[in-house]
Design a protein around this ligand. Structure first.
Ligand code: SAM
Ligand code: SF4
Length: 317
């Protein structure tokens, strides 16, 4: 379906939980989030109805996210059922990777074709710091399990943070020389929770180009990242610039939160509830939300935080 600015909306990011086994400093409060009562969250049946309603309006790509989707007890059943929705072409999932050692193969079996793994550093102390409670070895083990499971595509998402991991740009990019994966640097977005990051943390990812002069530009693959490759690499280095060069004009996505709100734009407070609606009601709500998608996300900078009204773990990135 087209939105009111002529953009074809074909991609739904589905957050299946707000909970997470990590507490990344740019995403989530230190104490975690108050677990909401079950009645407030979408049931598996409602989630599937919502996916069907969205697909009936032209959604062809679904990304399961969170919070951490792999802490959700029914994640395999959700993925298997979503993958079977007629008309859905691509089921992808974004995870911090720590639970992939036992879940990579079952997820592949359930129909997940592509997987994104978040990894901001290769230093175990820095990993423990940024995630507040994570162990790097678990995330790396998860990455190895994903590589062994044979997904169609594996991407690493790295949030680039000035003074934290800008000294690791080359080391992280070198993963694309060793493994068949893409590594994307994402600019830090100013959410309410990350007010602890000063202005110096918000750096444009043009820094990556300066740090890696050997990068060669590649054709885009339909996603939002600008793509480059190190000579001889097995995968690409991608740059995602939500801040320094926003991609709103080509945005094809909408989001659905775990408590049942459609968000037409990540950085807007506008939300459309679907909990309790039947298929027809959900479809009508998706239509309204798509037509209300704003033209752009408004000013975003260290001094001008997102107006998302939720933390990233409650939206799904
Ligand atoms: N837990 C999963 C994970 O970490 O991949 C999925 C949910 S997480 C909210 C989705 C993505 O959002 C992750 O790649 C994470 O790095 C990114 N993210 C979270 N907060 C962010 C922020 N303030 N700026 C940029 N990216 C952010
Ligand atoms: Fe959890 Fe992902 Fe947020 Fe980190 S970025 S706290 S892993 S939801």
């Amino acid at each position: 379906m087209l939105d009111s600015f002529g953009r074809k909306i074909s991609y739904l990011r589905l957050s299946v939980t707000e909970l997470c086994n990590l507490r990344c400093r740019y995403c989530m409060p230190e104490d975690g989030v108050c677990k909401k009562s079950h009645e407030l969250m979408l049931t598996e049946e409602e989630t599937l109805s919502a996916v069907e309603a969205a697909v009936s309006l032209g959604i062809s790509k679904l990304r399961v996210t969170g919070g951490e989707p792999l802490v959700k007890p029914n994640i395999l059943s959700l993925c298997r059922r979503a993958a079977a929705v007629e008309g859905l072409k691509e089921l992808c999932l974004t995870t911090n990777g720590t639970l992939l050692p036992s879940l990579a193969r079952p997820l592949k079996g359930a129909g997940v074709r592509r997987i994104n793994i978040s990894l901001d550093t290769l230093d175990k102390d820095k990993y423990a710091y940024i995630t507040r409670q994570g162990e790097l070895s678990r995330a790396l083990e998860g990455l190895r399990s994903a590589l062994d499971a044979g997904f169609e595509k594996i991407k690493i998402n790295t949030v680039l943070i000035g003074g934290f991991n800008d000294d690791e740009i080359a080391a992280l990019a070198r993963l694309t020389l060793e493994y068949p994966l893409d590594l994307r640097f994402i600019e830090l977005m100013p959410m309410r929770e990350n007010s602890e990051f000063g202005e110096a943390a918000f750096i444009p990812n043009s820094r990556v180009l300066a740090a890696l002069p050997a990068l060669e530009e590649q054709p885009r693959d339909g996603g939002v990242a600008r793509l480059y490759r190190l000579p001889g690499a097995l995968g690409c280095v991608g740059l995602i610039h939500p801040i320094s060069a926003h991609f709103c004009a080509e945005c094809n996505r909408i989001r659905l939160t775990a408590d049942g709100y459609i968000k037409p734009c990540l950085h807007s407070t506008a939300e459309y509830p679907i909990k309790g609606l039947d298929f027809a009601g959900m479809k009508a709500r998706f239509e309204r939300a798509i037509l209300a998608k704003p033209e752009w996300h408004g000013e975003l900078s260290a001094a001008s935080a997102s107006r998302a009204g939720r933390e990233m773990n409650q939206i799904g990135g």
